[in-house]
Design a protein around this ligand. Structure first.
Ligand code: PHE
Length: 339
């Protein structure tokens, strides 16, 4: 083959190449050990010196030209390959995009909402362990040894003497009073455990505890704090009432009710005809509890409250079975977004 034909042929071949593998083949067809250009260069030894020079220069020019074409083709093919891979990946991303984006669990949403309201009032957020000292869960809170709450029927004990799964978030009050000096304005959200199991009770559920200790903290402050909280939480001017009750760690104690959200107070199945829904327990911290934590009950007064997070969430959204929160059925979970 004469050099001009080789050049023409090479140009054509390189123009047709559509991937890197083919390019490699074309490269060796011309420049490999037995490539057309390589062989043609070898053959010039048989020519006269003059022809050799002329032919050699021509072939070397063609060689450089073909090398340049190959390099350009390689660059182009590599770029195309990367672009193709990227575009495939992009398509994959688009295709696998879920029909429904994830949402925050309604209990987590409720916890966040409760926290936001109290943080807005200047409360700090505290935490305590779920495996708690029996003494912090009961003794420091004035709950005597014979109290039925301590019974194996009500409390989960762990196989370590003196420890249990906390039955309420009130031991966090103790931890904070033992480690901080008043004034104290805190809430403690968290998981608690009880041997309870029916449509409105779960063995694991969440509470938010509140504690204020200050020189003049009084019942009126507590009442106002709780009323403000409930109105913000339920986004409505709900009627609130305080009903005398009993907790060993508060005196006086009260149970807080709101007007039934379903019937507006007329009486229905949800409020069992009473027109009221119980939402939390509260009271003035028992002086003995303050003293147990080294706080002078002559100088300081406190109030505390504790609410069930599942209960508040159920009331807000009109959910009638607590188990729905833990089944992770997406058809249920997808329905809840706070405004
Ligand atoms: N710890 C109580 C309960 O779990 C609630 C409570 C907290 C009541 C603080 C009064 C004060 O039922």
């Amino acid at each position: 083959m004469n050099p001009e034909d080789i050049e023409k042929q090479a140009q054509e071949d390189i123009g047709k190449v559509s991937n890197l593998q083919e390019l490699q083949q074309v490269k060796s067809k011309y420049l490999g050990k037995k490539g057309l250009i390589t062989l043609a260069l070898k053959e010039i030894v048989s020519l006269s010196p003059e022809e050799r020079r002329e032919q050699g220069a021509k072939l070397n020019r063609i060689k450089e030209f073909v090398e340049e074409l190959l390099k350009r083709a390689e660059d182009r093919l590599r770029r195309e390959k990367v672009e193709k891979e990227l575009s495939l990946q992009w398509q994959e991303l688009t295709v696998s995009l879920p029909k429904y984006a994830g949402a925050i669990h309604p209990i987590t949403q409720t916890l966040q909402r409760i926290q936001d309201i109290f943080v807005g009032m200047g409360f700090s957020v505290e935490e305590g362990p779920e495996v708690e000292l029996e003494s912090y869960n009961f003794d420091f809170l004035n709950i005597p040894k014979e109290h039925p709450a301590r019974d194996m029927q009500d409390t989960f004990y762990v196989n370590k003497e003196g420890y249990l799964l906390r039955t309420h978030t009130s031991p966090v009050q103790i931890r904070v009073m033992l480690s901080q000096k008043p004034p104290i304005y805190m809430i403690a959200p968290g998981r608690v455990y009880r041997r309870d199991d029916d449509p409105t009770h779960s063995p694991v559920f969440h509470q938010v505890e509140g504690l204020v200790v200050d020189e003049s903290a009084n019942f009126k402050h507590m009442k106002h704090t709780i009323e403000e909280f409930l109105r913000e939480f339920f986004e409505a001017d709900v009627p609130v009432r305080f009903r005398a009750s009993y907790f060993p760690f508060t005196e006086p104690s009260a149970e807080v009710d709101i007007g039934c959200l379903v019937c507006g107070g007329k009486g229905c199945r949800v409020c069992k005809g009473s027109g009221w829904l119980e939402v939390m327990g509260c009271g003035m911290v028992h002086p003995q509890v303050l003293e147990n934590c080294g706080i002078d009950s002559e100088l300081y007064q406190g109030f505390a409250f504790g609410m069930g997070v599942e209960r508040l969430c159920m009331l807000y959204f009109g959910i009638d079975n607590i188990k729905l929160f833990y089944e992770n059925d997406l058809r249920f979970l997808r329905q809840f977004r706070w405004s």
